[in-house]
Design a protein around this ligand. Sequence first.
Ligand SMILES: Cc1cc2nc3c(=O)[nH]c(=O)nc-3n(C[C@H](O)[C@H](O)[C@H](O)COP(=O)(O)OP(=O)(O)OC[C@H]3O[C@@H](n4cnc5c(N)ncnc54)[C@H](O)[C@@H]3O)c2cc1C
Length: 376
Amino acid sequence: MPCDADVIIIGGGLAGLVAGIHLSQKNFRVILIEKQSYPHHKVCGEYVSNEVLPYLDQLRVSVDTLNPSRINRFQLSTASGKSVESKLPLGGFGVSRYRLDDLLYQKAVLSGVQTIQNQAEAVQFHDNQFTVATTGGQTYTAKLVIGAYGKRSILDKQLNRPFIQQASPWLGVKAHYRADIPNDQVSLHNFEGGYCGLSQVEDGIVNACYLAHYNSFKQYKNVAEFQERVLRKNPFLNRFFASATPLFDKPLVISQISFSKKQPVENHVLMSGDTAGLIHPLCGNGMAMAIHSAKILSELIETHYQPHAFDRATLEKQYTLAWTNEFNKRLTAGRALQYVLQSPLATSLVMQGVQLTPGILPLIIKQTHGNPLVAA
Ligand SMILES: Cc1cc2nc3c(=O)[nH]c(=O)nc-3n(C[C@H](O)[C@H](O)[C@H](O)COP(=O)(O)OP(=O)(O)OC[C@H]3O[C@@H](n4cnc5c(N)ncnc54)[C@H](O)[C@@H]3O)c2cc1C
């Protein structure tokens, strides 16, 4: 029986949508399964590194149409309010996931991706082809499946991935505000048990997004009390929350955010974006990594895939190698920075070092970022 598509992509966030656009522009038959409708908000700091812009241009995706903020400065503060500032080596832009994912979705549809709004609940690999079943009761077949379903999903349980067996203590909270903050700066403010990013997205809207350890959070009744009693001890966050006007009825909250190691290929499913590995959000590089991994994977599929006969083992090996070479160093640097930020003493020492030698901060930031995805 002929397959329904060449490639089925599970998850229509940045990694899934970009892979869908790329592959359909190269005449692959692509089915993309996404459980949510567009547009929708997501817990994310919404600062995107400029490294992705040349590749998005190549895909004819213009983020300029979304009126993003242009960001080239970084500020870091300790829980007690000491701060340092730096230029961002490559810079970035601020745009909400509500608008960015929707822009990519519209482009994917125009490029010929067949989109299915449903939850993928099972993936079977049998006789050299995949069958993906949705909760809606449909099944779809293809020679290749890309797992781009984000940080965690029921599919991780089905694939028996090690990280899903352990509880993770991290939770993420995000909301939009009207507030007066510089439109060219992303700032990261520490508090006990976490850190909060502030930056503008499109149309002057401000994103406040934080990662918090459950041990710190659990002593309080709810997000509002936690923000009041813990985040606002940082003078920068106190000033922000005192004057900001919330644009959401209540903040979005996600829990069980795992930074454990994952494999880029599991049971022949090719993983992209957070499904292959999540960098600590303080690096502000997860979205660029999701887009970059989709590019690497799509190009390897272009090189290796033939509908009737292709060397699956080589494709999987090359992707694992390429993913590891490109992202492992960044993930390690992210873990080290997270470790430093969790210790007030270590943070204070780093701040002193940065004050004495300001050039260090851009060098540290570079460790967690890549180069432009398409050479100029
Ligand atoms: C608190 C926090 C702040 C962050 N801030 C930043 C930042 O400022 N800058 C930055 O670059 N990165 C940031 N990140 C990281 C960034 O959000 C992610 O790296 C990025 O969203 C990864 O994109 P993705 O496409 O892999 O996954 P996602 O965007 O999560 O997309 C996955 C999609 O799959 C869908 N899905 C899941 N399961 C199924 C299923 N079974 N069937 C069908 N669909 C499914 C979901 O609905 C979702 O749309 C932050 C992360 C956190 C937690």
